[in-house]
Design a protein around this ligand. Sequence first.
Ligand SMILES: Cc1cc2nc3c(=O)[nH]c(=O)nc-3n(C[C@H](O)[C@H](O)[C@H](O)COP(=O)(O)OP(=O)(O)OC[C@H]3O[C@@H](n4cnc5c(N)ncnc54)[C@H](O)[C@@H]3O)c2cc1C
Length: 427
Amino acid sequence: MTKHVVVIGGGIGGLATAYNLKKISKDIRITLISDRPYFGFTPAYPHLAMGWRRFEDITVPLGPVLSRAGVEFINERAERIDPDLCKVWTSSGREIGYDYLVIATGPKLVFEAEGMEENSASICTAEHAAATRDRFEALCRDPGPVVVGAIPGVSCFGPAYEFALMVHHELVKRGLRRRVSITYVTSEPYLGHLGLGGIGTSRRLMEDLFAEKDIRYVTNVKVKAVERERVVYEDLEGNTRDLPSKFTMLMPKFAGPEVVLSAGSKVAHPKNGMVIVNKCFQNPSYGNVYGVGVVAFIPPVDQTPVPTGTPKTGQMIEGMARAAAFNIVADIKGLKERYAPTLAALCIADMGDEGIGFLANPVIPPRIWVKSRKGRWVHWAKTAFERYFLWKVKRGNIYPSFEEFLVEKILRMKAVEPCDSCEGSPT
Ligand SMILES: Cc1cc2nc3c(=O)[nH]c(=O)nc-3n(C[C@H](O)[C@H](O)[C@H](O)COP(=O)(O)OP(=O)(O)OC[C@H]3O[C@@H](n4cnc5c(N)ncnc54)[C@H](O)[C@@H]3O)c2cc1C
């Protein structure tokens, strides 16, 4: 009998899983549930906030592309999961049974500091980024100090660095930089830590860049409150300090959304409600449930004085999706082989006119190797990658054979590798 795989989430994780499943086995029924009617290319949300992209440049309506790919699409919110009954309920009350479930909802955003939700801009969703663009335009009409950074417990630091550097670039372009101070405020113990104890020379690179562009910084701090024109933080000695700010953009913490909590304590991690997974990104208690993308629980890799989390980047997520698809198909076929993502990745930070690229194998330490490059071509490489990724989304194939060949032969990286045992933490 045809097996039914239900995927919750239409972001990089959900879409990559659905497309990979379709590619490797034609004999599976796939339903993708997404509360948003479109796929959004998250890495370009900072560009949307700067006014460098329009919403329609970086989004793809899900209905037509999924229908072409042979994936059923339900444009509703998944409200509840019962992993014992193998059922999902959506916002309209629809009950959907599954043989396999892939949870790829991305995070719930936790704006934990007091006043942060109202007074800090956000770039974490397309809607937030569009609203941030208006706030940035208001700053340009009436310039004043800017604060960018991350509160305690954040795992996604890359976009905060990118955004600080983009704000600098845009203000220089508009002739306003002399009227605006930029301060980066972070829970990281040092610049370029990124929740990973650094990647290669990231500390030196970021310190040099911030010095060259006169972006001041404060590390090892807990942001306590975001007011309309002030950011209040506490340092490691417990002193409370503040910074004036006319425009604030702080990254929120990520947690598992309610639908994951509804699946119970064997699925939702007690620390933050994300999906408990093993090395193969399969839930250890329910073998037919997978967690893919930001919503999968990966423990912190570094004990920092102020808590930080482990980032999950796009290419790591593509690896998780591929591993989940391979493992589901192997299970359906009754095969013993299992796969785990290598978590190797290329991460590019764009600064408007130049960029920095980190190639890490794997992203999570201890690493086999890291390479980093800076230059104008890196900025163009990121722009080209954005177009290429959106083209893949429209074509219904997230990992074409030529990409696999190039990644393996030129970058010397694999997305997944065979795994003798799936047991244990994904790191
Ligand atoms: C601003 C920003 C910039 C980033 N830039 C980069 C970068 O340059 N490079 C890089 O490698 N990584 C980057 N990342 C990290 C990572 O690649 C992204 O966060 C990525 O979008 C995560 O994909 P995902 O599929 O896990 O989650 P998401 O992209 O969040 O997708 C989840 C989807 O599920 C939907 N959903 C949520 N709950 C439900 C529900 N209950 N029912 C139905 N649907 C639901 C959501 O609406 C969303 O469409 C960035 C992250 C952010 C926040």
